[in-house]
Design a protein around this ligand. Structure first.
Ligand code: GRG
Length: 301
């Protein structure tokens, strides 16, 4: 554990992340090229290539490497996860859902292209995601590719992200249980899909897949606890207000339900539980997923 700790401190996560983001962006640019119909592809690319932290692709690539796989084998799945993420953000911003005018500091898709084009660009991205995994994944046993497609479809569908969105759209603040359910489904399930896909494509055994599944669920939930904390602390610092966007929208958040201090403790607990899942993997390979936890836990936006 000491050598693990040293490696972690020596590991340059900023450089790692910049390198992975550049590789993912380049692969996405190729996977969704400008084509006819022009407006459709423009709308797909507008949301796909507009920045973003690329957390799911990084988890997918890092999980693949952690189990000794060739990262290239996981790149199509990593891109597919970002296509699905872009799609879910486009649809989440629609007037019938969150009705958001801005996304990543630019007009949201329906604001830039109109509502019908945004809905359709979302569907096209979702379809391209699965097409891309099946057509572009090279050097992996076909059974593993089919498993990855099934795992991702299940985790973003009515047992995962879609379920979380439906419950989130229902009125009512709700208690901790409801908030945890929403975050586990909406966010943790997507991170889980990324970790499982990377592990399966990298040739992991079942025990490794399950450990990475738990790592991802804790990480995804921790991401949202920190998001809720930032929603409060950022808005009070920057805007002189006491509640941020989510809180102001009447949504139940962790700080509202348990206070900022207890929320921080919960984030630390989830981070520790995620870290524990990495014990037993080859020491020299755990640094990226360890450092990702620090990045998510101590980020300021
Ligand atoms: C996926 C089939 C399917 C349908 C979509 C609209 C919808 C159903 C779901 C909404 C899902 C949603 C918006 C989840 C929140 C995910 C989340 C944590 C968003 C913020 O992600 P960041 O901070 O964003 O990683 P960047 O901009 O960095 O990419």
């Amino acid at each position: 554990q000491i050598s693990n700790h040293l490696r972690r401190n020596e590991f340059d996560f900023k450089a790692y992340m910049a390198e992975k983001i550049a590789a993912v962006n380049q692969a996405l640019d190729v996977a969704v090229p400008p084509r006819n119909p022009t407006k459709l592809h423009e709308a797909m690319r507008y949301s796909l290539l507009s920045g973003g932290k690329r957390i799911c692709p990084i988890v997918c690539l890092a999980a693949c490497s952690l189990v000794g796989g060739d990262e290239a084998a996981a790149m199509p799945a990593a891109c597919a996860l970002e296509m699905i993420h872009a799609m879910s953000l486009i649809h989440d911003d629609l007037p019938c859902m969150d009705n958001a005018d801005l996304r990543r500091g630019r007009p949201s898709s329906h604001r830039a292209f109109g509502e019908p084009a945004a809905v359709i660009a979302g569907y096209a991205l979702l379809m391209r995601a699965f097409e891309h995994i099946s057509m572009a994944t090279i050097g992996v046993d076909e059974g593993r590719i089919v498993r990855v497609i099934g795992e991702i479809a299940r985790l973003i569908g009515a047992e995962g992200v879609v379920a979380g969105q439906v419950v989130d759209l229902q009125c009512g603040g709700g208690g901790l249980e409801r908030v945890e359910y929403i975050h586990l489904q909406k966010t943790a399930a997507a991170v889980e899909a990324a970790a499982v896909a990377g592990a399966v494509l990298g040739g992991a055994c079942e025990e490794e897949i399950e450990k990475l599944r738990v790592y991802a669920r804790r990480t995804g939930l921790m991401f949202q606890v920190v998001d809720d904390i930032l929603d409060v602390t950022k808005s009070s610092e920057e805007l002189g207000k006491t509640a941020g966007k989510d809180s102001a929208m009447g949504k139940a958040t962790y700080p509202k339900l348990m206070g900022v201090e207890k929320s921080r403790e919960l984030a630390e607990k989830l981070k520790k539980e995620a870290e524990e899942q990495l014990i037993g993997f080859e020491c020299g390979r755990t640094a990226p997923l360890m450092a990702l936890l620090d990045f998510i836990a101590y980020r300021d936006k």
